[in-house]
Design a protein around this ligand. Structure first.
Ligand code: SF4
Length: 394
């Protein structure tokens, strides 16, 4: 799944495993993120997930979480919300429905159909499906305030990002392949994940942002049920590749506040070649995005500039028009309101196995990006997130 900027940027800041991506982090960006976050939480609170088990923040028992240094953070991710805002999952938790939804998703894992692969693995018997997520165990790579996501998700306190391991789509150019393909992370319990959510809220994050959530959706709802009962009140972001089953989305209706799907490919020939044979990626993603829009509507930040609810589409512009940017924008214009939020992303890089595919073995040019942006503007789309990197002006 593509992200606006990789969260593994921050791994570098705490001496986590250095990755090729983290090496690309500019010094200025690194210092800015580090200073901002340290002011809020203390340096030891930088990352809690990609460390050894046991390094997760502890709950003090009073509902007020403490970081490992013992100091209490004064931040609260809900501070910039509208006074009457209540995340959708709270009502479902209070009525007992969230727990039932979680159980339904849990049961589906016995003949797994959580994602469109529908590979039928019995995860409760330890079987591993196409996504490689290990049976019915939960693995998390990291959980952290992330300042590289879309501005309305970042706000002042960052997006509370929880990176889950493995993926069922498996793009050959994935910039997070160490997490999504190689499964780099640590086993966690549902209670631990609930604690992470509460800690992110306390650190000032304005949302809980689940990255690559589909194959762990049952765990997410279970953890959310617990976290909600313990006071979680920030919106949930479902940060997905867009390739989702309607049956699963129906169980997320009212749970997810902000859908953040990619729309990667228009042409199934490309999705077959570049995502482990998914010929139905374009069709299922269109259906899924329409359903997401039906559930949460247009994404509009509140008066403080923070997103509370809505559909935010990401489209990564790829070299040689491989993604079908023009057709995707045409489709958005014809099927969704003109003020649908679309992030036209420019940061494609040939990661992982991309060099095996000549068409996608380079970055995009400024001209390629400009053409897509111009087309979006000509179509009259009004809620565009456009990047202005210096190299794009060349
Ligand atoms: S989530 Fe994983 S195990 Fe379940 S259907 Fe998809 S690939 Fe198979």
């Amino acid at each position: 799944m593509t992200k606006k900027r990789t969260s593994s940027d921050i791994h570098l800041a705490v001496g986590g495993p250095e990755t090729s991506t983290s090496r690309n982090l500019s010094r200025r960006c690194f210092l800015g993120q580090t200073a901002r976050f340290c002011c809020q939480a203390g340096i030891t609170a930088m990352v809690f997930g990609n460390l050894a088990p046991g390094a997760v923040f502890a709950d003090s028992g009073s509902g007020a979480l403490q970081n490992p240094s013992g100091s209490r953070s004064g931040a609260d991710g809900t501070k910039l919300f509208d006074r009457d805002f209540v995340p959708g999952y709270v009502q479902l938790q209070e009525s007992g429905k969230l727990s039932k939804r979680a159980d339904e998703l849990w049961d589906i894992m016995s003949n797994c159909r959580l994602c469109p692969r529908e590979c039928g693995a019995n995860r409760h018997r330890g079987q591993t499906g196409f996504c490689q997520s290990p049976g019915n165990r939960l693995f998390i790579s990291s959980a952290m305030p992330h300042f590289g996501e879309e501005r309305p998700l970042v706000g002042r306190g960052g997006s509370g990002t929880i990176f889950l391991t493995h993926c069922s789509l498996r793009c050959v150019f994935c910039q997070n392949y160490e997490i999504s393909h190689l499964g780099r992370g640590h086993e966690r319990g549902v209670e631990e994940m609930a604690g992470m959510m509460l800690q992110l809220q306390r650190l000032g994050c304005h949302n809980i942002n689940f990255v690559t959530p589909t194959h762990y959706s049952a765990f997410i709802l279970k953890a959310l049920n617990e976290a909600s009962a313990r006071g979680l009140r920030v919106p949930v972001v479902y940060n997905t590749c867009g390739w989702e089953r309607l049956e699963i989305l129906a169980l997320l209706d009212g749970v997810v506040d902000i859908y953040l799907p990619d729309f990667k490919f228009w042409d199934s020939d490309h999705s077959i070649e570049l995502t482990a044979g998914t010929d139905d990626y374009p069709d299922l993603t269109k259906e899924a995005i329409l359903e997401m829009h039906r559930q949460v509507g247009v994404a509009r930040p509140n008066r403080n500039g923070v997103m509370q609810r809505g559909l935010m589409i990401r489209h990564l512009v790829m070299p040689n028009e491989v993604g079908g940017s023009v057709e995707i924008l045409d489709w958005v214009t014809e099927n969704l309101p003109k003020d649908t939020y679309v992030n036209i992303m420019a940061q494609y890089n040939p990661y992982h196995k991309a060099f095996d595919f000549p068409e996608i073995s380079r970055r995009i040019t400024g001209e390629e990006y400009r053409q897509v942006v111009d087309h979006a503007k000509e179509l009259g789309l009004t809620n565009l997130d456009i990047q202005g990197h210096r190299w794009l002006r060349r």
